[in-house]
Design a protein. Sequence first.
Length: 221
Amino acid sequence: MAIIEMRFNPGEALSEKEISLKYGVSRQPVREAFIKLSEAGLVEIRPSRGTYVSKISVRRVADARLVREAVECSLVRNATRLAKPKDIDFLDELLEEQDQAFSEDNFNRFNRSDNFFHRAIANIVQCDYALKTVEGARNEIDRVRYLSLGIATPMKRLIEQHRNIVSAIRSGEPDAADKAMREHLREILLALPHLAEVNPDIFEDRSLPEHTIQIINDISH
């Protein structure tokens, strides 16, 4: 979470010794954590040079978002058919949590609740493989979302989009749910080019793939 929440900056060197002292653990679990983070694309281990927080790749973010849209739109369509009253109640509770985060201007609390929200929809469908795919894609996306909150992507707008998704699930309307989810997951594309431009030191590979350029053109008109 520290990397996702930008408490370690992209490109920053990471010290096994310093992190083990900070969290009160031995260096072995820190070393193992670095390997897992490397597999997730969040850190870069350079032999004989050290370990660094990976810079944010615009292309990887765009590609991951495309995969996430395909999977989550399918999940939400299925959720409209499978959701039980207790599932809707839980989604409503998460919306209340997000309203509270908004009232506190608490980005970290909102991000955690947002994660639970999307996971809850996947859990309605009970497709573990889809959930694993979505959470893998989030590793590429969430740092950009964290950067954009309160600047390019107002929290209030994201919560309203979540409400539209829940409303469609509640009423059993798969087309409406699909549309609401697609709009929600494309929100980040309005912020991504600007964030990369104003933060050149933490972004790399800043060219947008063609599939994303077309989507941005569609939602900008």
